[in-house]
Design a binder for this molecule. Structure first.
Ligand SMILES: Cc1cc2nc3c(=O)[nH]c(=O)nc-3n(C[C@H](O)[C@H](O)[C@H](O)COP(=O)(O)OP(=O)(O)OC[C@H]3O[C@@H](n4cnc5c(N)ncnc54)[C@H](O)[C@@H]3O)c2cc1C
Length: 396
């Protein structure tokens, strides 16, 4: 493999899958980066299908889930997903992008065999996209950083739940074949699996956003008297946040993996530019100001990689890893933002153009500092943990 990879303790099978994914992304996916079927709201459905067909043919579709349904470990997944991220289109082609990858993980962990057959298996086969409906519009006073503010409600009528509310920033809602919808009953939060499209789940609009790599973009959605059979609830009424926890840490970490791959590629492009481009009589990299930026990139990339493997090992130990995934998410998203910004600076005017993927990586990573918990919210929850731990130690 040609990029940073912590191979110590990595299984042979994961290294082989990662090498196949890297070969596929660099050789087959990268040429699609100029495909006109890319839209400001993400790659069109047509392009997504073409990319998935390529991945299927190359044997790298959903490569982190084995043919017997078992997932690679989190550490192994890291190696594979970093490789997929080497192009912003790579995760979509390989069927490991958000929100599908996190949704597949959740269903694999907690869904009944019937719900797995109906929703999970078509997703693993790359035949269906999904969306995760939690956040609500700020203007409604709904759930955002604070999910307990959830306003979308559900009530039991016979053997159906009836759901009403509004959601926002719902990635991939447009074009999704299924949704995981969160709503509150009198017992607390609940999670439902819903076939899409559904006339009771109306896309109000797809927003114009800074990022542009997610198929379907990000939508504001109205849910009006959506009737869901009682057996399509995941777990029990009131357990929704517990299930959200199952998805939370792994999904944060897989975002880190994919965006690390993208930042590695951006850094390769910037390094190439700095070695070839001459100014004031020598290659840019020989000017200390530029060389140091690339050196700082290497340091940030390596630290991000080690942070991901550290957190993956903790999740592989079978714990939720809530605090550790907060630490990793903040450290990696902030480090990759610095890397992407330096790449643009090193490349001068070309860095801000669409001629390379560097400007896209910069935009995407900016958004990553907000979704799956803004940096400040993670720091706030870590500070609360420090306080709790201190009290426990001092009250004992
Ligand atoms: C590109 C993108 C894709 C997304 N996809 C989805 C999706 O598919 N499904 C879904 O349900 N949601 C999705 N989201 C929503 C995302 O999870 C929320 O944006 C995030 O939880 C923050 O909520 P908010 O935007 O309402 O910000 P707010 O809650 O309004 O917070 C605004 C800012 O206030 C600060 N802040 C908040 N609380 C604290 C605190 N305790 N301490 C210090 N500072 C604080 C932070 O800086 C934060 O950025 C997506 C968001 C983006 C940008």
């Amino acid at each position: 493999m040609t990029f940073l990879v912590e191979t110590r303790g990595m299984s042979e099978r994961a290294l082989q899958i990662a090498a196949r994914v890297e070969h596929f992304v660099r050789g087959t996916v990268v040429p699609y980066e100029k495909d006109p079927r890319r839209t400001p709201h993400g790659p069109s459905e047509n392009l997504v299908l073409a990319l998935k067909a390529e991945a299927r043919a190359a044997g790298v579709l959903t490569p982190h889930i084995l043919s017997d349904g078992h997932h690679l470990s989190h550490r192994e997944t890291a190696c594979v997903l970093i490789s997929s991220g080497l192009s912003p289109l790579g995760p979509i082609a390989c069927n490991v992008s958000a929100p599908d990858e996190g949704n597949m993980y959740l269903l694999g962990q907690v869904a009944s065999p019937q719900l797995k057959a109906r929703f999970l298996e078509p997703m693993i086969r790359g035949e269906m996209r999904s969306a995760f409906f939690m956040t609500e519009p700020a203007e409604d006073g709904g759930a955002g950083s604070d999910p307990s503010m959830m306003k979308t409600n559900c009530r039991l009528e016979g053997n159906h739940w009836v759901i009403n509310g509004r959601k926002t920033y719902i990635t991939g809602a447009e074009g999704a074949g299924m949704g995981i919808i969160m709503a509150k009953s009198e017992d607390g939060a609940c999670m439902f699996l819903v076939d899409l499209p559904n006339p009771a789940v109306r896309i109000e609009r797809v927003m114009d956003t800074l990022d542009s790599s997610m198929p379907g973009g990000h939508a504001v959605v109205s849910i009006e008297n959506l009737r869901v059979p009682a057996d399509a609830m995941l777990g029990q009424s009131g357990e929704g946040f517990r299930y959200a926890q199952v998805r939370l840490s792994p999904a944060r970490l897989t975002h880190c993996m994919r965006w690390l791959g993208a930042a590695i590629r951006a850094n390769e492009i910037a390094s190439e530019y700095a070695n070839r481009r001459v100014a004031f009589g020598k290659p840019l990299i020989d000017h200390e100001g530029v060389g140091f930026m690339l050196a700082d990139n290497l340091i940030d990339l390596r630290q991000a990689e080690l942070m991901i493997y550290w957190c993956a090992d903790i999740l592989d130990g079978g714990v939720l890893g809530t605090a550790e995934s907060s630490i990793a998410k903040v450290a990696v998203s902030e480090a990759l933002m610095r890397v992407a910004d330096r790449c643009i600076q090193v490349m001068g005017g070309q860095g801000v153009t669409g001629d390379t993927i560097v400007e896209q990586v910069f935009r995407e990573i900016r958004a990553f500092r907000i979704y799956d918990g803004p940096t400040e919210v993670h720091k706030w929850s870590l500070a609360k943990k420090i306080r709790r731990d201190w009290k426990k130690a001092n009250e004992a």
